[in-house]
Design a protein around this ligand. Structure first.
Ligand code: ADP
Length: 412
């Protein structure tokens, strides 16, 4: 539960041009967000794919790469027809940095990385101020920006969703990782008691709920496949909740079940199954495709197994794989519902109801994921669970970063 130093909700009136740089689990995005006030915005963005090497090389190199991408984006978007910069001499653009890994913050433009998650392991970064590291890269490439805020994607999504619809009280990300944020009363945040902040203020909390039940594993029931995912991961023991839910792991869970059945001689007898033996080859997107296969013969599943893994399947096997995908996807959604329910209960949102801004490929692309979360909320709260409604918060992490940069500008 990390205090973010994002104070209170946006008014919806924030306006102006802001840059956002979003270092996610899979992509790096550079966005130019134009806040138009009245809860409206426009955005242009460029995405850059991160390589596995970049995720594990020197941390400063990763931030240098972020700076290079930012420079290219500014050169492209702030140049006139004759190739001259449209910025005035000495002008800098305000930038919000969305950095979605757990950081201890002392202020809005500072963030000490506690640990890498989501498969990242860049060297010499844990324990350091990543805002400072990124500022060094910005200076190195002489980029005309002022980084005003470092924020988590959940916090960004919370603020962006509230900007568009003030009924939003919670945000959840279902992407490579899984995490949530909500707005807390400062008087109830023990960790910042000594700072003497006005008791009536509110501050967004980055829950880092992916880390729930890490190491002790006391609360969440885990299968032997979950244990293997954990033990063979680059961070054993950590992110226990996330490993049962997020896009990085669901395909791997299914692959481990298949591999066990191959070893036991139940599946693919007499076929060469080496392509299924590589960890993480079975993408979570395949589970989405399997669940959405509309044909009786399950032709989509035939396609996945022949095309990607060079194995033939029987109809009974395909039905089994689909049932397995449903179990894994449904469990992920229902566990997420538990997390949302915990925040709703703590903050007393049930009677009045609230919106939950959600984003990430798992939420946006996995068929029926949102419905399963809602089903879970009704199982927990009964009929009143219908008052808690998730909705897709588009581009929340980038737009939220821009809004927070705008809110920060006002406060300064
Ligand atoms: P980020 O890395 O910023 O969280 P995303 O929200 O796109 O980005 O999440 C990427 C994760 O979503 C990956 O782990 C990937 O396996 C998963 N994913 C991608 N496409 C799909 C899909 N169609 N259905 C379910 N999961 C998907």
């Amino acid at each position: 539960m990390i205090p973010t130093f994002v104070f209170g909700w946006p008014t919806g009136k924030e306006s102006g041009d802001f840059l956002a740089l979003d270092l996610g689990g899979t992509n790096l995005r550079v966005c130019l967000v134009t806040l138009q006030g009245e809860g409206k915005f426009e955005m242009t963005q460029t995405k850059y794919r991160l390589t596995e090497e970049q995720k594990h090389d020197e941390g400063q190199k990763l931030f240098d790469f972020c700076a290079e991408c930012l420079k290219t984006f500014i050169d492209t978007n702030y140049t006139d027809g004759e190739g001259k910069s449209t910025l005035k001499p000495g002008e800098t653009l305000p930038l919000g940095f969305t950095f979605s890994y757990p950081c201890v913050q002392e202020r809005i433009d500072h963030g000490e990385l506690i640990r890498w998650t989501k498969g990242f392991g860049a060297l010499n970064t844990e324990g350091r101020d990543v805002a400072e590291m990124f500022r060094n890269s910005i200076a190195k490439y002489e980029i005309p920006v002022t980084m005003t805020a470092i924020i988590n994607d959940t916090t960004g999504t919370l603020i962006a969703s509230s900007y568009v619809n003030p009924k939003t009280k919670i945000a959840v990300i279902f992407g490579t990782g899984c995490n949530a944020a909500y707005m807390e009363n400062v008087k109830d945040i023990e960790k910042i008691k000594s700072l003497g902040i006005d008791d009536k203020a509110q501050m967004a909390i980055n829950c880092e709920w992916g880390a729930f039940d890490s190491f002790e594993h006391e609360h969440l029931p885990r299968t032997k496949y979950d244990v293997t995912v954990d033990e063979t991961s680059n961070k054993p023991g950590e992110q226990a909740f996330e490993k049962l839910i997020s896009g990085r792991y669901l395909g791997e869970i299914l692959r481990l079940v298949i591999c066990e059945l191959i070893d036991e001689g139940v599946l693919f007898l007499g076929q060469d199954t080496y392509k299924l033996e590589t960890p993480y080859v079975f993408e979570t997107a395949f589970l989405s495709l399997m669940e959405s296969d509309p044909t009786d013969e399950l032709l989509m599943i035939i396609g996945i197994f022949t095309h990607f893994f060079a194995v033939e399947t029987t109809l009974a096997e395909r039905q089994f794989f689909r049932a397995l995908a449903m179990l894994i996807g449904r469990r992920a959604a229902r566990l997420s519902a538990c997390g949302i329910a915990a925040i709703v209960s703590k903050m007393g949102y049930l009677d009045e109801g609230c919106l939950v801004g959600a984003d990430g490929s798992l939420y946006n692309k996995y068929p029926g994921f949102a419905e399963r979360v809602h089903e879970g909320l009704i199982d927990i709260f009964g009929d009143k669970g219908r008052n808690i409604v998730t909705h897709h918060a588009e581009d929340g992490s980038g737009v939220g970063s821009a809004i927070i940069a705008a809110m920060t500008k006002v406060r300064r």
